[in-house]
Ligand binder design. Structure first.
Ligand code: BES
Ligand code: MN
Ligand code: MN
Length: 462
């Protein structure tokens, strides 16, 4: 690819400003109050794909938010790359913890980003990273260097489980046919330690409800004489881990793939400082499953976490009350070979079984998806590796991530193609948290690296 650095230098300010405009639209898929903004974002993506040189771009209706699809087919005999990304974002709450409003992007320097970072919800996840692909496309088409065919599929429901995208993929196999899927929706180890994500965890997300007496009761008159749903729920939740922090649900670990000593030793080579990890989070110790390191606990091991719990009186002051109902939202992160639907069933059976007399328990499954691991000897991985070597001057490290992009396993199942996860943000960039930000250097580095993936993938496919 010729002149990519000079092209980026010349258009850098515009690239940043265009992303800032996109970040101003609050495309929160979880909250129906933002419906028009989500739809407006889809329109904006359509225009940006047209401007970047796609021949056809359409807004494809689904039962939920639309999928924006664009393509440029230059020669049927050349390989086709399918780029996936999402234009929806997480809700910004808690809003009072943001140093600047989440949908009024600002650029500020940070310790890790001395060249500045864009602070806004979606800056990394995934508007910033998705837009790198749009700008990489612009570079290739406007300089006549697009080496292969390209298809874009940008969805608006990733943060709420992609259930309509699954249907879209199943119904559009021919349209979406490709040789490799390319996604930037993950992170990397550090700006001087490039990495390629080779694994994602699966997910099962459930909500539980515990009901005791038919109404809220005076905690003096009834306390001690009836089951208190909050006492019971917290006890039940506590029992889901044993003293070694293993999950106690029968059958939970049945299909968990154990890594070999060699694979674990390979993983341990990735640079990691426990001290800086603790310091960054202001904790005096890490916590987790006995027998595994921090990096193993958050990538190759399955987990169970309460994401939210409520019930009873939480307002100002004190109210003496035993709540009639209490609730919790629980996520289980899964590893390859664990089937999320089976795990959801195991959880439901177990949770109903351990409920004591005196309460009723209801388990409602939300969404989920399978985990994913990609081989490191594929053409796609090799092409990505070469691209990083050119732009970072170093060979990237394969890294298994703890996050989930459930649609990736479905892509493999339905479209029979592998996904390459080229992510450019840092864990400290605070995705899903207040003050999410994306380094300007990382954004531009992504735009520089992506076209090289196209080049090497096309060359290696010959
Ligand atoms: N981009 C993230 C997933 C991610 C982040 C994977 C970092 C690997 C590294 C994605 O937008 C996300 O947040 N996914 C959800 C799952 C979804 C079903 C709501 C998640 O992981 O919680
Ligand atoms: Mn994402
Ligand atoms: Mn996300």
């Amino acid at each position: 690819m010729n002149h990519i650095q000079s092209y980026i230098l010349e258009h850098k300010n515009r690239f940043i400003n265009e992303l800032i405009e996109l970040l101003k639209i609050p495309s929160i898929s979880a909250d129906s109050a933002y419906k028009n903004d989500v739809l407006k974002t889809a329109d904006a993506i359509k225009i940006s794909l047209e401007n970047a040189g796609c021949d056809t771009v359409e807004i494809c209706k689904t039962d939920g938010y639309p999928v924006v699809y664009g393509e440029k087919i230059i020669d049927k005999n050349l390989p086709t790359i399918l780029v996936y990304g999402h234009y929806d974002v997480q809700p910004p709450d808690p809003i009072n913890l943001w140093n600047s409003p989440p949908f009024e992007p600002v650029i500020k320097k940070t310790e890790k980003h001395p060249e500045g970072a864009i602070f806004a919800r979606g800056a990394c996840d995934d508007k910033g990273q998705m837009y790198m692909h749009v700008k990489a496309m612009e570079f290739m088409t406007s300089t006549n260097q697009l080496p292969c065919n390209v298809k874009f599929m940008i969805e608006g429901e990733e943060e709420v489980g992609s259930s309509n995208l699954a249907t879209f993929v199943k119904n559009n196999q021919e349209k979406l046919k490709n040789d490799v899927i390319l996604i930037s929706d993950t992170g990397m180890i550090a700006n001087d330690v490039p990495s390629i994500t080779t694994g994602l965890r699966g997910l099962s997300y459930v909500e539980v409800e515990v009901t005791g007496p038919n109404r809220d009761l005076h905690s003096g008159l009834y306390g001690g004489a009836v089951a208190n749903p909050i006492n019971i729920l917290t006890k039940m939740i506590a029992s889901l881990h044993d003293e070694n922090n293993h999950i106690t649900i029968p059958g939970f670990y049945d299909n968990v793939e154990e890594l070999s000593k060699e694979e674990r030793a390979e993983m341990a080579k990735a640079p990691f400082s426990l001290e800086s990890y603790k310091k960054a989070l202001d904790i005096d110790s890490v916590y987790g499953e006995t027998g595994y390191t921090t990096n193993e606990r958050n990538s190759i091991r399955p987990t169970l976490d309460v994401n939210g719990i409520w019930g009873g009186y939480t307002g100002e002051g004190a109210k003496t009350v035993i709540a009639s109902k209490t609730y919790a939202k629980i996520s289980m992160r899964l590893v390859p070979n664990q089937d999320w639907e089976n795990i959801t069933k195991l959880f439901k059976n177990h949770f109903e079984n351990i409920a004591p007399k005196g309460v009723k328990v209801k388990v409602t499954p939300h969404h989920g998806g399978q985990g994913y691991v990609t081989p490191i000897d594929s053409i796609g991985f090799k092409a990505a590796s070469k691209a990083y070597q050119d732009t970072f001057g170093k060979k990237p490290i394969p890294q298994r991530s703890g996050g989930s992009i459930p649609i990736v396993a479905l892509f493999e199942q339905e479209l029979k193609s592998k996904t390459i996860l080229m992510g450019f943000y840092l864990d400290s960039d605070a995705i899903h948290s207040p003050n999410e930000h994306f380094g300007v250097w990382n954004y531009l580095k992504g735009i520089e690296t992506i076209p090289l993936f196209y080049k090497y993938f096309t060359e290696l496919s010959k």
